[in-house]
Each structure stands twice: as C-alpha cells, then as structure tokens.
Design a protein around this ligand. Structure first.
Ligand code: ADE
Ligand code: ZN
Length: 326
C-alpha cells in the first residue's frame, strides 16, 4: 500500500545509530575466527538466542561482549560498510553515526584504528551511494569523568572526522551532571553536543541534558512525557528528539510497540524522528522502525512524510543541505 511504498522509497536520515550495534551475528562469528577471539557462542542461532533483554543493562552486557571481536581497521571498515550497504536500499541518504571509542581503547585497540576504519567506509558510501554522514563520539557514562576527558583529547586530534560528542551506556545513576565539565570542554572545542536522556532515567535527566550539557538534540527523551512543562519547552524550542521504537520495546522501556511515544510526540508538535539504535541486536533497521510505528500507532501517510522530513530537519546538515534533501 501507499504507506509501505512511502516508507521504502522516501529519502530518510538516520540520527540515532550506534555502529557497534549493527554487528550482525554472521560477521561477529567471522571476525571472532579471523581475530582468534573466543565467544560464548558457536552458531548464529546461539548468538540470536542470547538477544533477550529485560532492561538496558542486559543489552549493554551483550553489546560490549559482541564488539570484542572488532580489532583492526579492516574490521571497523567492514562493520560500517555492511550497515551502509544494508540501509542504502532503504532510502537512507544521510546518517549521523555514534561510536563508542572507550569500549575499544579499553581493550587495547587504538583510537586511530577505530576512526580510520569507520571513516574509510563513510567516505566510500559518499562516493558510491552519495550518502552523507557525520560521526558522533559517545562518552560511556558508566566510566569516570577522567576517562571521558582522555577520549576527548583523542577526538581533538581527529576534528576533521568527528563532528559531535554524545553520551550513552548505563543511564540511571550516571546523570548528565557527572559530565558537565567534559561537555563544556567539548563545546569549547566546537564539538556539537547531544546526549541519551530519558531512556530509563527520569525527566530530570532530560532537563539536565538541556541545561547542564547544553545539548542540541536529545537521544530518546521518552521520559520527558512525565513532565508537561518540559514537553512544552521541547515543542517551543523545536529541540529534535531521536526516538527508537523497536529498541524501547526490546529493552522493555515500553510494554509493546503501541506504547511508543512517537505519536504523542507528533501530536505535541515535537521535532521527533524515528531511528534504529542498535538494529542487529533489536531486530529492525530504519524502515522496520517506520513500519513499526505506522502499523502500531495508526500513523497516516502524512505523518510518515513528516517523520522523514523531520529526519533532515533534526539533522546537523546546514540549511542549504537540508533544502536539497527535503
Ligand atoms: N549504547 C548503545 N545503544 C545504547 C542505548 N540505546 N542506550 C544507551 N547506551 C547505548
Ligand atoms: Zn542509543
């Protein structure tokens, strides 16, 4: 039908995508063999059977284990290329991609290796598919502030390839205030700030991201709906939210897809976008997430078009670049 045709063919940007969360079980096992890394899985089926989560932390434990197979520049290139090849068929024309360098440098993989592998695939996608991109380095919020400063020092040597900074990993107990100084330093170095907020943490984490970290976009933001004044503010300021419906469902942030806040966000006039987060782990790429909200929230075709337009409006493309895409 028309809605599905729109979902498949509309140009779309993805604004909330962890490249390490695109590691498919087949590639994981291949890289484990190539790099002689031992995993607690023998088959693709073993890997997929492990993907049952009751909360964010259940997922993160498996996610950090899975990425232990990534060692060389070629590995990061292959990972990134596999994602880009997959989503170019879905009408994706622009991606703002997160990566988690501390999860690699902690295992002895050089920061430069990670950035070089991801960047070469992004450049190839620009040449071969015309896909544009921005790379956003996330700080792991469960680790101490001084280690985030070390990651920021590394990023400063790669300003030509790293556009922004983000904040991810275990949310509750690690509020935005813990990273106030790191974000101030990152902003003064001209990195554009974003942060995960209100995925599991309460609405004060969303306020903290805005007021303390001074983010230009909020990743998830679900719990903002517990605070009507905050929703009015997000609507007035048109702060983009990058929501991830299938992720929320698989991590039990919502009981079912019909409980996704995407429709409420549209109705409240928010600049809401739909994204995949960690598509390999949650079983849905970008268009699967659009279909999930269309089917479960009874979105109109007009609302599907709005979501696709919002994906560019909420991106960090410049005004002129957005005009071309919209
Ligand atoms: N790292 C990868 N995906 C994440 C998510 N959805 N929330 C927090 N940290 C993450
Ligand atoms: Zn995320």
């Amino acid at each position: 039908d028309l809605a599905n045709a729109l979902i498949d063919t509309l140009p779309k940007a993805e604004l909330h995508l962890h490249i390490e969360g695109t590691l498919e079980p087949e590639l994981m096992l291949e890289l484990a063999k190539r790099n002689k890394v031992s995993l607690p899985y023998d088959t693709v089926e073993d890997v997929r059977n492990a993907y049952q989560f009751d909360c964010l932390q259940d997922f993160l434990d498996i996610y950090y284990l899975g990425m232990s197979v990534l060692k060389t520049e070629r590995d990061f290139h292959d990972l990134t290329w596999a994602y880009l090849e997959r989503v170019q068929q879905d009408g994706l024309t622009h991606v703002e991609m997160f990566f988690d360098p501390q999860a690699h440098t902690d295992r002895g993989v050089a920061f430069e290796t990670v950035v070089a592998g991801i960047t070469s695939a992004l450049e190839q996608a620009k040449r071969e598919y015309g896909i544009t991109s921005k790379l956003i380095m996330c700080f792991l919020r469960h680790l101490p502030e001084d280690q985030a400063f070390e990651a920021l020092d590394c990023a400063c040597k790669h300003k030509d390839h790293i556009f922004g900074v983000g904040l991810d990993s275990s949310e509750r107990g690690h509020p935005p205030e813990k990273f106030e100084r790191v974000f101030a330093a990152a902003r003064s170095e001209d990195f554009v700030p974003v942060a995960h907020a209100g995925e599991e943490g309460d609405s004060s984490y969303v306020r903290g991201a805005l007021d303390v970290l001074k983010v230009e976009r909020v990743d998830h933001g679900n719990r903002a709906f517990d605070d009507p004044a905050l929703i009015r503010r997000l609507a007035e300021q048109q702060t983009p939210l990058t929501m991830c419906p299938i992720s929320n469902w698989r991590l039990k942030g919502i009981p079912d897809l019909a409980a996704s806040p995407v429709k409420k966000a549209l109705d409240a006039g928010l600049l809401v976008t739909v994204n995949s987060d960690d598509p390999s782990y949650f079983g849905g790429y970008l268009n699967d997430n659009y279909r999930a909200v269309h089917d479960n929230l009874s979105l109109t075709e007009g609302e599907i078009v709005t979501l696709a337009r919002n994906s560019f409006a909420g991106s960090f493309l410049t005004g002129a670049e957005k005009q071309v895409q919209l």
